[in-house]
Design a protein around this ligand. Structure first.
Ligand code: F6P
Length: 326
């Protein structure tokens, strides 16, 4: 690879707490190694429109504790077609950018992979998503903060659920992945998690009613992963109202509050390590890889693996949840 003098950095897709810590780490690690940095605003859209600004160390001062992303983010449809990507490449050349660091989830890294292949251009990705659904990394930037947010929200709902002796279905994010629902349920002491990964195997609602609620509980909390497969919390509530009319059912959809807030220490440290590792990877001439973490070690995961493989849910956790909810 020709000498790397300048890198561009962008955040794309749904924002996640810790993205700012990652931007800070990438920027500072690059400058430390004598590499110039350019901040690209609004994800791939900023590459197309040329919203590109030189970044110095002070551009990333005082942001490690902030949620969201100072670079803004977008889901850019134009980048999905070749004309859009050509425009983006034109701006990259004009700005003298030799490599990109893309912070985002599944869709953002898919875009990175296509672009990197099409233009033989070095890109390193960082897994930035609350969903934790990228293969090859134990966890993603933003996941721990979102889990903590869910736990705090459920703690509050529990107070009223107990007082009124109600059955609550609480819908959490995750797109089509059940990590937030399952670990959120364990962390908050919920009775069950309804997740898309095991949908076709058992009727999770029937299991829940038989094994817990009906026997011993006057109130109950069930976390439901948002997904067409599960039908979400509303779908579940409708079913219970029809099949078990004796229960007093309520629904809460936590929604976008799960994406906000100051990142936890775990997310800040993860983002800082991954951001610095992205620069190491580029200096080692790595390309088309996502930075991951496995057993507390930084690893490089080819984009093709990170995106294409479904990350498996740890089924032991389901069992733990079931045992602890008796
Ligand atoms: O991928 C992150 C995520 O928060 C998902 O959990 C959710 O399904 C989606 O983004 C919501 O996207 P938007 O903010 O565009 O509505």
């Amino acid at each position: 690879m020709a000498e790397m003098k300048c890198i561009g950095i962008l955040t794309s897709g749904g924002d996640a707490p810790g993205m700012n810590a990652a931007i800070r780490a990438v920027t500072r690690a690059a400058i430390y190694n004598g590499i110039e940095v350019k901040g690209i605003y609004r994800g791939y859209r900023g590459l197309l429109t040329g919203e590109i600004v030189p970044f110095k160390t002070n551009n990333v001062s005082n942001i490690i504790q902030q949620g969201g992303t100072i670079l803004k983010t977008a889901r850019c449809l134009e980048f999905l077609n070749p004309e859009g990507r050509q425009k983006a490449y034109g701006n990259i050349q004009k700005e003298g950018i030799d490599a990109l660091v893309v912070i985002g989830g599944d869709g953002s890294l898919t875009g990175a992979r296509i672009f990197a292949q099409e233009y033989n251009f070095p890109i390193v990705g960082l897994p930035g998503t609350i969903d934790n659904d990228l293969y090859g990394t134990d966890t993603t930037i933003g996941y721990d903060t979102a889990l903590n947010t869910i736990m705090q929200a459920v703690d509050k709902i529990r107070d009223t659920a107990t007082s009124h002796e109600r059955l609550f279905f609480i819908e959490v994010m995750g797109r089509d992945a059940g990590f937030l629902a399952l670990n959120g349920a364990i962390a908050s002491g919920a009775e069950a998690a309804i997740i898309p990964e095991i949908w076709t195997e058992v009727d999770q609602l029937e299991e829940l009613i038989k094994h817990g609620f009906r026997k011993s509980k006057n109130s109950s909390i069930v976390l439901v992963a948002e997904s067409e497969i599960t039908g979400g919390a509303m779908g579940m509530a409708e079913r219970v109202k029809k099949e078990y009319p004796e229960y007093d059912v309520r629904v809460t959809i936590l929604g976008h509050l799960q994406r906000g807030g100051s990142p936890t220490a775990i997310d800040r440290i993860l983002a800082s390590r991954m951001g610095a590792a992205a620069i190491d990877a580029l200096m080692e001439d790595q390309r088309n890889v996502m930075i991951g973490i496995q057993n507390d070690n930084i690893v490089y995961v080819p984009f093709s693996k990170a995106i294409k493989n479904d990350k498996p849910i740890n089924r032991d956790l389901l069992n733990t949840l079931r045992i602890l909810s008796i």
